[in-house]
Design a protein around this ligand. Structure first.
Ligand code: C5P
Length: 221
């Protein structure tokens, strides 16, 4: 069997964006690359965890040593995540679309010459982190991310409460930081114990340190 501080522990990680269909050929998406989530899945596996990665559409390879389930929409991601419960820990890194297109068309929407553009009505997507954080089979440790462009600390603290998470990894995704889609990250770790500021480092290093922190927290659980 696996060795390491997380040997015998099961982990669920989400990563990447979701694609929400408008019609069979068009979708709504975001700029997430999946790099941070994939790196976290790999780092947890290196510490011995049995990891299932639920990934939205990304252009990077499946990490080695990890079971990867590929999904497109938020609703598919929720179903895949819940199918992996119970688990010892969950790290929800995916940039899940908050909204989907209500009643997506099952045929390609045609241009209406002279008729003007169509109006898209949106519907709320399931909040997967919140679902897991309040689940009857809630993992012992639930970690979420908070990607914000303003009021980082305040939003992260609120997220901790509202989503039922033990840790929130908060990062500034303002365009000038280059974090979204980039290779580096500067995060704050927000928990009931307070806020820890980590220096700028690669997403692989963030993953390494976060996996070590998770192992330490689960060590006493
Ligand atoms: O509410 P917000 O999208 O800022 O929360 C971010 C955190 O919640 C991330 O951990 C993200 O993976 C998770 N999330 C989710 N399902 C959603 C929206 C966000 O799991 N529908």
């Amino acid at each position: 069997g696996a060795k390491g501080p997380l040997a015998g522990r099961t982990a669920i990680v989400t990563s990447g964006p979701t694609h929400e269909p408008i019609d069979p050929v068009r979708y709504i998406a975001n700029r997430s690359s999946g790099r941070q989530g994939h790196a976290i899945a790999a780092a947890l596996a290196r510490l011995g965890a049995d990891v299932t990665l639920v990934s939205g559409p990304v252009s990077i390879a499946d990490p080695s040593g990890v079971r990867t389930i590929h999904v497109e929409r938020a609703e598919e991601m929720r179903v895949a995540v819940e199918s992996q419960l119970p688990a010892d820990l969950a790290v929800m890194v995916a940039a899940v679309a908050d909204w989907r297109v209500a009643g997506a068309a099952d045929q390609k929407i045609k241009k209406r010459h002279g008729g003007g553009p169509p109006t898209l009505e949106l519907a709320e997507n399931p909040d997967i982190l919140k679902t897991v954080g309040h689940h009857p089979q809630r993992p012992k440790l639930v970690v979420g991310f908070a990607a914000e462009t303003q009021d980082l600390d305040q939003n992260a603290l609120q997220k901790l409460q509202r989503k039922g998470a033990d840790l929130i990894v908060a990062n500034d995704v303002s365009p000038e930081t280059g974090v979204m889609g980039g290779r580096r990250n500067r995060v704050k770790i927000v928990s009931a114990n307070g806020i820890q500021d980590w220096p700028d480092m690669s997403k692989d290093e963030v993953a390494e340190r976060l996996a070590a922190l998770i192992a330490e927290r689960l060590g006493d659980a």
